[in-house]
Write a protein of this length. Structure first.
Lengths: 115, 110
């Protein structure tokens, strides 16, 4: 069965520091990969996605992610974190099932940003 | 912009009540989804629908049912609410593998 692992439940960084959030997946073929962000009390917003092509993808809010097939990873990065980046981040993988495409989510990483 | 709306942001119900959670999308998407979100567990898929009157079970369908009578509306039904269904419920619709989420309904069952 497919699974998505986010090994870090909670990460704390100082404002201006760099950030890397880890994501590993277990899947038989190259999946479609996503990162979403959820601010407190809000729904999920798509940060970026990878379907094919260049393995380094750029997203909104200055985020990027790199797909590494050999490591089954899709880590999210940002060179300089802003206080407004404090939120929960979810990695997700598309699973083909029937006529719709299901997302399988990781358990999330809560990001705290220190002033 | 795609808009997915959910009928309530907060809802409090009693054990045994029948609960309806409504979701509406305005972009003519074929696929719609219901998830529940619990701390440490991420989002888990309850049901999804790929067309009007079509539905498929997700990972945790027990205790829930759904209805999709119109393309834009996807309803989640708790036939007899229980305390273990206290959770955040998120609706989504999708186009080209990208899902768009509503703001969520935080349901408390007393």
């Amino acid at each position: 069965a497919q699974s998505v692992t986010q090994p870090d439940i909670h990460i704390t960084v100082s404002e201006g520091a760099s950030l890397e959030l880890r994501c590993n997946y277990s899947y038989g073929a190259t999946p479609y990969l996503f990162w979403y962000v959820q601010s407190p009390g809000q729904g999920l917003q798509l940060l970026l996605k990878y379907f094919s092509g260049d393995t380094l993808v750029q997203g909104i809010k200055g985020f990027e992610a790199e797909f590494k097939r050999s490591q089954s990873s899709f880590n999210l990065r940002k060179p300089s974190v802003h206080w407004s980046d404090a939120a929960e981040y979810f990695c997700a993988v598309v699973l083909l099932s029937g006529s719709a495409r299901q997302l399988t989510f990781g358990s999330g990483t809560q990001l705290t940003v220190l002033p | 912009d795609v808009k997915v709306t959910q009928s309530s942001r907060y809802l409090v119900k009693r054990t045994g009540e029948k609960v309806f959670l409504e979701c509406v999308q305005d972009m003519d998407h074929e696929n719609m989804f219901w998830y529940r979100q619990d701390p440490g567990l991420g989002l888990r898929l309850i049901y999804f629908s790929y067309d009007v009157k079509m539905k498929e079970k997700g990972d945790i369908p027990e205790g829930y049912s759904v209805s999709r009578e119109k393309k834009e509306r996807f309803s989640l039904i708790l036939e007899s609410a229980s305390t273990n269904q206290t959770s955040m419920y998120l609706c989504a619709s999708s186009l080209n593998n990208e899902q768009f989420f509503g703001p969520g309904t935080r349901l408390t069952v007393l």
